[in-house]
Design a protein around this ligand. Structure first.
Ligand code: HEM
Length: 409
């Protein structure tokens, strides 16, 4: 099924990229004045309060992940894909069960423990290349390469092919643009074909030499006596890439942005007390991962939020707004890494589709910070940096293309 992408601009037009990058004043306004509102231009309901967002994301009796309109702006042409269990994200329970269980077999706590030293090595290699007292562009040096290298390593892609792999990833997840839809789809279709051709022999080889990587885990996975065929494994691999690369890059960039601009003492605090890093990671996900939103389609007429929603209506749940709802978080518009309940943010969703990669994303950010903090005692922003001119459209909203800093040993 070809889905219609709901354009973000039809819901809200910001004055600038920087405003969209961290739209706290819009969220404040919506939470206060229009917590459940209808947008005529996008033809969608929008919900902002924590408890409502949580319900929309998790209550499958009323809200479905299936439907022909989507907020997922990185769309891969569906023509190449089979309509089957692989598409966990667009199937409601219980139909998503098998696919989710098969996919989850690659994301067990054991996998994560095994992956930690490998991820640490990737982060260490990247940080080792950085010099003190020179301008470091965090986007180029860490946020962009890190998730792609980690994912290709965890998938079991041979290391000489990482750049090849990254080029496909860049094309496959080019953000959706209405006016360039056809040419983008064309590029994506070519990249998909190349990716399939590249991955097939790797899977064949792994079937006879299982290893400690995600593709091998997907080959081993069995639910109700059913296993994945090669095509399904490739599709799952692509789903993992689509869900996990850009999001993780964005998370790393915004965290460094926050350390430079939100609270200038925070880097020193983390340097002297690295045990605070895990809670800092949660607070960054709550406070800085701001364009989080997911769509659902109304399954039956109801009046759950004091308005009449009709079967077939689309509802957008704004996790970024829910994360600054003062009914849930005290003093929500302040970054506070000591906040006790910040892990309850909704950045990774809620319910049947809760992000399978959440532990991996958290681990990547923790490891990047640990390595950076180990090497450098101080970081400072560059006075000439101009946020507005260093942002670009992305699936995650506005994301940084450049973030310079100077670090001291
Ligand atoms: C900061 C990074 C990330 C964020 C903010 C994020 C966010 C999300 C959200 C909000 C959902 C739920 C979608 C819904 O309810 O409709 C989701 C699902 C998912 N995520 Fe993530 N994600 C991140 C990283 C990752 C990574 C690193 C991976 C894998 C390597 C991953 C794999 C998945 C998968 C497979 C699903 C679908 C689960 C299902 O439908 O059952 N994500 N993610």
């Amino acid at each position: 099924m070809k889905q219609e992408v709901i354009s973000f601009e039809d819901i809200k037009q910001f004055q600038s990229r920087s405003e969209q990058f961290h739209p706290l004043s819009w969220y404040r306004d919506m939470l206060l004045n229009e917590p459940v509102s209808y947008s005529e231009t996008s033809n969608t309901w929008n919900v902002f309060k924590y408890k409502d967002v949580k319900r929309v994301l998790s209550d499958y009796e009323y809200f479905s992940g299936e439907g022909d309109r989507t907020t997922t702006s990185v769309k891969i042409s569906e023509d190449n894909f089979s309509d089957n269990k692989v598409h966990t994200m667009t199937l409601d329970p219980p139909n998503n069960r098998k696919g989710r269980m098969l996919l989850a077999s690659a994301f067990t706590p054991r996998s994560l423990t095994n992956w930690e030293p490998r991820i640490n090595q990737v982060a260490k290699n990247l940080v080792d290349q950085l010099d003190a007292d020179e301008v470091i562009d965090v986007v180029q040096a860490i946020s962009t390469p890190m998730p792609a290298i980690v994912m290709s390593d965890l998938l079991g892609i041979p290391s000489p092919d990482v750049q090849l792999f990254k080029n496909w990833v860049d094309i496959l997840f080019l953000p959706y643009k209405k006016e360039e839809e056809e040419s983008i789809d064309q590029k994506k279709n070519i990249a998909i074909q190349e990716f399939f051709t590249y991955l097939r022999p790797i899977i064949t080889e792994k079937r006879s030499n299982l290893d400690d990587d995600i593709i091998s885990d997907l080959i081993r996975a069995e639910v109700d006596g059913e296993r994945l065929n090669d095509k399904e494994i490739i599709e799952m691999t692509m789903a993992i890439l689509g869900a996990g690369i850009e999001t993780t890059s964005h998370m790393i960039s915004t965290t460094f942005y926050s350390l430079l601009y939100d609270d200038k003492n925070l880097y020193t605090e983390l340097h002297t007390q690295p045990e605070l890093i895990p809670n800092a990671v949660e607070e960054m996900l709550r406070y800085r991962f701001q364009m989080g939103r997911r769509h659902r389609t109304v399954k039956k007429d109801h009046e759950l939020f004091g308005v009449k929603m009709k079967k077939g209506d689309v509802v957008i749940a704004w996790m970024g707004a829910a994360n600054v709802d003062e009914d849930m978080f005290d003093d929500p518009f302040t970054l506070n890494i000591h906040r006790a309940n910040n892990h309850q943010h909704l950045t990774f969703g809620k319910g049947a589709h809760f992000c399978l990669g959440a532990p991996l994303a958290r681990l990547e950010l923790k490891i990047v910070l640990e390595n950076f903090l180990k090497k450098f005692s101080k970081i400072e922003a560059m006075p000439s940096f101009d946020l507005e001119n260093n942002l670009t459209d992305a699936a995650t909203g506005q994301t940084l293309t450049y973030l310079p800093l100077k670090a001291t040993k």
